[in-house]
Design a protein around this ligand. Structure first.
Ligand SMILES: [Zn+2]
Length: 417
């Protein structure tokens, strides 16, 4: 990715409520973009880096980044392909089956997904006979979706594009997005687009990492420039209100270390509001998710984790052990850069995505190799950077453990298996 000329901009107001009453609670330093993998010839060129500072809005409670990298830079040529993770394929196939059943979708129904990536959700929906349209700005990945028969509108989901889509395809029964809502700076534009396109009885579904889980399980490494918001239900509820919409259901789902799937509708829509909404609000109250002190304590805990993991890794290196990393994902790069783990500790990082092989991690410049390398080399330890796939990974590499190798799972507590 060419980010040499990329400029970030600094927001001064809360993304949802526009308040200026925000406090900084976790500073991860200046880091390169977590998905800006480097080619060998780029290693000597100065690497742009940007502040990674986390703020809490004392008015509506949204946790967010204010240093924003334009979406044009981050998402036009995207390297993250959803279908490379087997558990994601399973997750989205089940989601497709669930919404068809729950909302009585038929071959007359129309589902739009923005941030549709390679069609990981729309493919199973299409197989169930539903009319679908993907919306995604990444030209390279949209091509993959198109070649699999998933029609894709190649651009960002905005009010203007919603009008074009409405004209061409008509209104939608469901507009859905998974792990995209956290990526977008101008959410007002998105919600105006949803208002344009959604049928009166339509449903808007957004899947995002739940700030409660990030807090309880210490998943700080989901913080990187692409993720500009970290959600609780309360700030979202207030936000939807602005567009005459309301949240009517919240599901807890297991992706990305624990996410929420939020179902919203127009206020005039018929769906009943389920208890899960008030249950989540009560949980957030209990955990004081609306108070600054909660986040200040969180920042301190993350600092403690960093010290513990570094102590372990440096001890292993002192003992002459070999260590490699597993999963050159964006969140792994937050961890590597914030903790300061470089090639002095990890010989290399392996990753399942072929597209990353031969590249180097941003910031720490660790080479990325195919996963088979582990079975060839039998390093003493494999540090799992993609901890949310730890079970998949260990299952896939049983032979490595049989041969005496050990996995280190760094979060939420250090676990060696
Ligand atoms: Zn706010």
């Amino acid at each position: 990715m060419n980010v040499g000329k990329c400029m970030s901009y600094l927001r001064t107001t809360c993304r949802l409520c526009k308040s200026t009453d925000m406090i900084k609670f976790l500073s991860l330093g200046k880091t390169p973009l977590a998905n800006s993998y480097l080619k060998p010839e780029e290693l000597k060129i100065p690497e742009p880096s940007y502040p990674l500072e986390t703020y809490f809005c004392q008015d509506c409670g949204l946790v967010q980044l204010l240093d924003i990298i334009p979406g044009e830079v981050l998402f036009r040529n995207y390297l993250y392909i959803s279908s490379t993770a087997p558990s994601y394929i399973e997750h989205f196939t089940k989601y497709a089956q669930d919404i068809v059943k729950r909302f009585d979708l038929t071959d007359e129904s129309f589902v739009i997904e923005f941030g549709s990536n390679d069609g990981i959700l729309l493919k199973p929906l299409k197989n169930l006979g539903i009319k679908t349209l993907g919306v995604d700005p990444a030209e390279n990945i949209a091509k993959i979706a198109e070649s699999d028969g998933i029609e894709t509108f190649v651009d960002f989901f905005t009010e203007d594009n919603a009008k074009i889509i409405l004209e061409k395809y008509g209104p939608a029964d469901i507009i859905t997005s998974a792990n995209v809502f956290a990526h977008i700076d101008d959410l007002d534009d998105v919600l105006r687009g949803v208002s344009v396109l959604l049928k009166d009885d339509g449903i808007f579904v957004a899947e995002a990492t739940y700030m409660v889980n990030m807090l309880e399980k210490k998943y700080f490494d989901l913080i990187y420039h692409e993720h500009v918001s970290y959600y609780c239900i309360r700030p979202l509820q207030r936000f939807f209100e602005k567009f005459d919409m309301e949240i009517f259901d919240v599901e807890d789902i297991s992706t990305a270390g624990g996410s929420i799937r939020v179902y919203a509708k127009r206020k005039i829509g018929k769906h009943n509001i389920t208890e899960s909404v008030s249950n989540h609000l009560a949980l957030e109250n209990r955990l004081k998710m609306d108070q600054a002190v909660t986040y200040k304590n969180y920042g301190n805990e993350i600092e403690k984790c960093k010290n513990e993991i570094m102590k372990l890794l440096l001890q292993l290196k002192d003992d002459g052990k070999t260590i490699v990393g597993y999963g050159a994902a964006a969140k792994g790069n937050t961890l590597l850069n914030y903790f300061g783990i470089g090639t002095d500790i990890l010989d290399y990082v392996v990753d399942i995505a072929e597209i990353k092989h031969g590249l180097f991690t941003p910031g720490k410049h660790i080479p990325i190799l195919p996963t088979e390398k582990i079975d060839e080399d039998n390093p003493d330890y494999v540090l799992i950077l993609a901890w949310n796939f730890a079970d998949d990974i260990m299952k896939k590499h049983e032979q490595y453990r049989t041969n005496g190798g050990k996995f280190i799972i760094p979060l939420p507590e250090i676990d060696i298996k």
